[in-house]
Design a protein around this ligand. Structure first.
Ligand code: ZN
Length: 315
């Protein structure tokens, strides 16, 4: 029986569209006011989180994955998931990601990137780009070449608490004024379709990847608002957002005390609101907004108590 939750220290990434909300909302010690991404649970070579507590303290998540497979019992050769929090203080470039097959062939064996977003914070009027209106590949190419972005891109208004599933092949972008918790495949492959003709501080535009983007874009791609099942029992309401070959993602609203059984899978937990504690075998671990931890396979039984919201992901 595993009795130790594995708390992780995130890695922060500067982005031209970043800001300082990761400090304001979560109290993180961010490196500067252009901080776009918190890689909270990551074993990706471009930024690994590090174990904060217990007997594995100081190991990167990638090192823990390879040296202690008994904690995860996964068939995946690499830690397959990546949990991020993003602060879009400006519009992100319009982009699309490949699936596993395409990325494996064209990107040195990288994983594809299917992702999903829980909207943590959104300014009034904030919107995302989520899908496109082209009915055929010819039309997609035509509208991209003509720069008909208003005709092509589907815009969807967002509010805190909304959830969006973004499978590989979906044209998408976060808009200005949105903070999301993202659960995704552990991949850093992005094909940029449009960047609003923005220039960086040296006067350069960022590279676009139109040929690959057109290759991987799903056509057609229309937006439907989804509803999600919720299930309430003592101390907890579970909302099931998505469950597929890549990940299962839920929201846990804890209010009071919820007694939980050990899971047959390892579980990634992110506290996005409120505070409380995790109790196991007489040990209490305080939980605060912005904490991220992994419960290894067969962790438990345990209790979560307090008043808090968690986003919980598993393979
Ligand atoms: Zn993306």
């Amino acid at each position: 029986m595993n009795q130790q939750p594995i708390f992780l220290t995130p890695v922060f990434q500067e982005r031209i569209w970043g800001g300082s909300k990761l400090a304001e909302l979560f109290g993180y010690d961010i490196p500067n006011a252009k901080t776009g991404e918190c890689w909270a649970v990551s074993a990706h070579p471009n930024g690994q989180s590090v174990v904060k507590n217990g007997s594995y303290q100081g190991l990167t998540l990638g090192e823990l994955w390879t040296s202690h497979q008994e904690l995860f019992q996964s068939d995946s050769p690499v830690f397959p998931l990546l949990t991020k929090i993003l602060d879009a203080s400006d519009d992100l470039s319009v982009q699309v990601h490949p699936d596993d097959r395409y990325a494996g062939e064209h990107e040195n064996g990288e994983l594809g990137k299917t992702e999903c977003w829980y909207i943590v914070d959104a300014e009034p009027g904030a919107e995302i780009i989520y899908g496109h209106e082209a009915k055929s590949k010819e039309q997609l190419i035509q509208w991209i070449e003509a720069g008909n972005w208003d005709g092509l891109l589907t815009k969807v208004p967002v509010q805190p608490g909304d959830f969006f599933y973004v499978p590989s092949g979906t044209i998408h972008a976060l808009g200005k004024g949105i903070v999301v918790l993202e659960t995704q495949q552990s991949s850093d492959t992005t094909y940029r379709v449009y960047d609003y003709e923005r220039k960086d501080k040296d006067g350069h535009t960022r590279e676009l990847h139109l040929e690959k983007a057109i290759d991987v874009t799903t056509i057609p791609q229309s937006y439907k608002k989804e509803t999600f099942d919720t299930h309430t029992r003592e101390g907890i309401t579970v909302t099931s957002f998505v469950s597929n070959d890549f990940f299962t993602v839920q929201k846990w609203d804890v209010d009071g005390t919820a007694n939980l059984e050990a899971s047959s899978k390892y579980t990634i937990c992110s506290v996005i609101e409120g505070q409380g504690q995790l109790t196991i075998g007489g040990h209490k671990h305080p939980l605060n907004k912005g904490d991220h931890f992994i419960l290894p396979v067969s962790f438990g039984p345990y209790a979560l108590s307090g008043s808090m919201k968690l986003i919980v992901a598993s393979e």
